[in-house]
Design a protein around this ligand. Sequence first.
Ligand code: GLC
Length: 409
Amino acid sequence: MTLQVSQRGIEQFQDNRFGMFIHWGLYSILAKEEWVMHTDSIPVKEYEKLAPQFNPTEFNANEWVSIAVDAGQKYMVITSRHHDGFSMYDTQLSDYKVTNTPFGRDPLQELADACAKRGDIKLGFYSSLLDWHHPAYRFREESGLAWEDYVAFLHGQVRELCTNYGDLACMWFDGDWPHHALNDDNEYFRAGGSFEYDTLYDMIHTLQPDAVVLNNRHEVPLPGEDIQGFEQDLPGDNTTGFNPTAVTDYPLEVCMTINDHWGYSADDHNVKSTRHLVHLLIKSVGVGANYLLNVGPTALGEIVPEHANRLRSVGQWLNDNGESVYGTRSGIVPPTSEIASTRKNDTHYIHLLDYKSDEVTLSNLPQSISKANLLTTGEEIEIKGSDDKTVLIVPEAQRDAINTVIVLS
Ligand code: GLC
């Protein structure tokens, strides 16, 4: 049997529309993104020396949660274990974990508590399928362990995450890459067998009936996967080369970085502008996708001010315009670089992203639409109609510098 997320869970997930992704781990100390163990060819024994250095004295779960809430984000997805194999929670299945560092605390528990206390934001977990540290993943010959030992570890960790941290928004998997080229020693990435997804997904859906399962495989979802995900691209685009798969009818999620990296990268100050971030959110929501926006906190546990401030300014725009985002589904107007649309039942929201001319022509709107108003002020917008074309007159003076939302009714 393959279970799915509950109807309530999938609707809640889609209603949330905007989430915070967090990549945080030992790699944050080196400040060169989460792949540094691989890119700098750091041997396991060397990399392990980071654990006794991990002491994020600035970490404050309530503060992270309040940044997300101020940004208008309704869920958070944090790395419970990334490819480096270090568990950022108090797992009973490995000693290679955050509670065995000078920090000694379980940040995932603290985030779960902070989210529960707020009540308006949910927590979800990223889990890496591959593991550059676990002997049963990487060193089966030397360790005498079998692939099954790794699968038991992976499933056991997911059971812990789905049991000990309250109601989750999602379980988010990464690192399957069935077509990933092997590197020279033919070992580094190679899974030794199946991850036994059927059993894994059934377990999640049994323990957490309202949590969605997403696997960042860049392919059509398998049974038990509730969401189709896109990485660093809007659905249908493939600027990265990661996203060749056609957009399906599954609920969608786009994940993107706020700058150019997932894990903390000291040299990366290429933070996307507020306007650009709002446009990416709206372009996602306009095609029915959630937007999961990543930050990589520092080793001290800080979401850097340049990211926090940017998030808060996205939240300011959402404060005035959130009605056109939360709880909506993809709209009636096919998205272009200038326009996106969302809808909630019979209410249609037209998002004017870029100003080209006072006149905005829309095709094939439902006949019943006769009124257009600015969302923020209620001001009436002139409509001219003929046959299958509707023209909205929205002079530049009425435009919002970021995105002008028009309500059609
Ligand atoms: C890619 C990266 C990985 C990151 C993920 C987030 O798969 O390899 O490091 O966690 O994207 O979507």
